[in-house]
Ligand binder design. Structure first.
Ligand code: NAP
Length: 301
């Protein structure tokens, strides 16, 4: 039986360690979230982040400019937050409307307040092994592997996906843990054969259940970053091979979540894996909280 790597447990452990650090600060850490317009998914993410702050005693505020906001107006908002001493973290919720130059906005965030770890300065810190906020999802995955005492050093790690927020920082963090890392992308030839070399396989390609049995070395540790909502019942039935439990869940909710790794194949081939939901998902907000606490500690030191 493959071991299930429970992200909620690791999230709770991370948050428990944050609590005394928050209490030890002379003032609550402050997180500002910029949420543009009314994207339902973004609204849910932001609500969850605000709730996590409240639970930990972190001050949070949400700024909600309209969908029609310009790059210049967003830059002014970010500059205002950069100047406020009680704000330790600034997060601009993605995606932004098409008229906004997202790269310019992210570049405007003071690197010391960039709790998402997306600023090129912090990417540089990550590459060169210097302290600084690290991209939350990959940093959470390293915590998860460490929590479960999964050996990384000396093993072959294959990361599928090379985005700035997941794939690249994930590969870099695995490298820092002394794995031998291969990064795959949409132009990789014979992806399945490359993936099968991975003692550790990280799926972050954004394609529902794309990494099937063929892609998984027997006994590999598999981390599934993908979150894909399947709203088509036939597709759900095909993916879950008519599992009654999953289809009942689909009928109750009208959709089902799957990762980028095939949910049944991974359970059959891997020695350990993160489920979807409940694997990587819970770690991201926990690491955002940790980045905010660490930013406050650095700024108040
Ligand atoms: P992204 O920006 O769309 O990047 C996807 C990457 O996968 C790209 O590098 C792309 O290659 C590669 N790719 C796409 N199709 C491929 C294929 N058929 N074969 C090989 N590589 C392929 O996505 P992302 O933001 O990194 O997110 C990846 C997944 O993680 C998504 O499902 C997202 O929802 C999920 N996610 C989850 C969390 C969480 O908290 N759990 C956080 C962030 C993201 P190219 O570069 O060649 O185009």
């Amino acid at each position: 039986m493959a071991q299930i790597l429970d992200g909620a447990r690791v999230r709770d452990a991370i948050l428990d360690k944050c609590k005394p650090r928050v209490a030890a600060l002379p003032r609550p850490p402050g997180l500002a979230v910029v949420l543009v317009g009314h994207n339902p998914a973004s609204e849910i993410y932001v609500r969850n982040k605000v709730k996590a702050c409240a639970d930990l005693g972190i001050h949070s505020e949400t700024l909600s400019p309209p969908d029609s906001v310009s790059t210049g107006e967003l830059l002014e908002i970010v500059e205002g937050l950069n100047r406020r001493p009680e704000i330790d973290g600034i997060l601009v919720q993605m995606p932004l409307p098409p008229q906004v130059d997202g790269k310019q906005v992210l570049l405007a965030i003071q690197p010391g307040k960039d709790v998402d770890g997306f600023h090129p300065c912090n990417m540089g810190n990550l590459v060169t092994g210097r302290p600084g906020p690290k991209s939350c999802t990959p940093a959470g995955i390293i915590r998860l592997l460490q929590h479960y005492r999964i050996r990384i050093a000396g093993r072959k790690a294959v990361v599928v996906g090379r985005s700035d927020i997941v794939g690249k920082p994930m590969a870099m963090l695995l490298l820092h843990e002394n794995a031998t890392v291969t990064i795959c992308h949409s132009k990789t030839r014979d992806l399945a054969a490359v993936c099968r070399q991975g003692d550790i396989l990280v799926g972050a390609l954004g394609r529902p259940a794309a990494l099937t049995a063929d892609f998984i070395q027997p006994g590999a540790v598999v981390v599934d970053v993908g979150i894909n909502r399947i709203a088509d019942r036939e597709e759900a039935a095909r993916l879950f091979r008519d599992s009654k439990e999953k289809l009942d869940a689909f009928d109750r909710k009208g959709s089902v979540l799957v990762g980028d790794v095939h949910p049944l194949d991974v359970a059959a081939r891997a020695s350990a894996y993160t489920p979807v939901p409940g694997g990587v998902g819970p770690l991201t907000i926990a690491m955002l909280m940790l980045n905010t606490v660490e930013s406050a500690e650095r700024r108040l030191a």
